[in-house]
Design a protein around this ligand. Sequence first.
Ligand SMILES: Nc1nc2c(ncn2[C@@H]2O[C@H](COP(=O)(O)OP(=O)(O)O)[C@@H](O)[C@H]2O)c(=O)[nH]1
Ligand SMILES: [Mg+2]
Ligand SMILES: [Zn+2]
Length: 470
Amino acid sequence: MRTLNTIVWYTGFIVSIVPVCLIFFYLWGTEIWIEIPLAIGLIGALIIIAIDSPGIMGSSGSTGSKPLGLRPPEPTSFPVPFIGLSSLVGSQMFALAKNGGLMFVLPFTLLGNIVLAVIVALITIPIGAVMLLMAACLIPYIAVVDGIYLLAVFVAKVVDRYHYDTNTGKLVCPSCGKAFARPDYLIEGSTFHGLSPSEKGVLSVEMYTMSYPCYGSKGGRKDLPQRCPECNDSLSTREGKPFVVSMVGAPGSGKTSFIFSVAGTAKSSMGNGNASKVEFYRPSDESLLLDYRSGRCGATPVQYVPSRILTFESSHLATPRHLYMCDVSGRFFSSDVVTDLQPQYSYNDAIVFMVDPTRPNPESVAYSAYVGFMEKYRLFNKMDASGRIPVPFALVLSRSDVPGPFSGLSGEDLKEKMAEEGYFTLINAISKDFLYVSYHACNASKEDGSASAVMSSVCSKAGSSFLQFF
Ligand SMILES: Nc1nc2c(ncn2[C@@H]2O[C@H](COP(=O)(O)OP(=O)(O)O)[C@@H](O)[C@H]2O)c(=O)[nH]1
Ligand SMILES: [Mg+2]
Ligand SMILES: [Zn+2]
């Protein structure tokens, strides 16, 4: 912004000199008696303007020490805004008029020595006249510059707001799981919440020593150090908007396996061929994927487990995208674990409910896990049982590799067969609680695409851009 202000400032001088010359030539033609004072006036005015430039006078700069005040005004508040072009050129007019006036007054201070006074007057009065005319000629320049300024501010505001809202506006802390609109940004020891577009809409903010990207992740703000506003942990989400999946189901139903099946498939297929990079947010999850691939899948502990986060990057996305798969112990859905602090219940984008149809008494195990989940979910979100929840809900039968009554079925066929096979109460309850329900079968112990198909279905129901990755 400083640069822009400076350019407008010096262009003002150049632009106003041209009409001054034209006025002289229009009024008096090319007479020598007018050319000489005009030349003196122009050269003098330019010299005075140049002498007062910061480059020559040094940057000592406070307003009081300026001898003539023809430098561009320094912004006094940080971050540096547009000064506002009309007030910029307005103060330029004032500076020219004041200096022009001074040139007229100067000879009178030397009246003690009349010869010197006349010589000085011969030089300063043309300079004064040129400066006063330049001040007057700035008026049309102000009109043009202001028009451009107002238009630029309007466009910048719209563009900035669009970038800001499309690229940010949802943050889930990978450490504590709390959700916020924006992170805290750290700049030169100060913390800014959100670094949001200001009144005038500019693409970067100038602090005391440096310029920082302000709006739009494309501008580079995503590379600033960030922290979680709640737990203060440092984040490297790079403003990637997350898609959050809550995993639900009885112990051993296949939740953890499902997560690694999705993650493994996404990594080996490079997000269905649409990502340039797919990796775990936490490198330590890589070894769990290796365990899963070699058939080891440990029980998930009964405590808060940070989500498994998969990061997708693509050249046509301004920010990475993070897929949060919130794993929990199945025991959270039984009555022996009373407190359940799963923050994702208030903001999840999809729910995947796993059912193992091969265990003894599968319907009642699944139903009681579902009831245990819904009690906590409604309680957490302060919902009564009357409203249907608009979050996409996928019921997934695991162990599709084990032959049984549901072999080869999915969608409505699977739903009907389940109703016949004793899951009627469960299906009925789900239809009452959720608006968008889908039925799937999958082999969660393999990366055969069956788990990814579930992701594809919920992403499409949620209208999420993550759909491309499955
Ligand atoms: N054959 C087969 N085994 C599965 C499937 N899903 C889960 N398992 C196995 O079931 C056990 C429990 O799975 P896990 O994912 O830990 O269940 P969780 O308790 O719901 O997280 C693990 O040994 C898995 O390998 C499946 O679809 N097919
Ligand atoms: Mg588990
Ligand atoms: Zn946090």
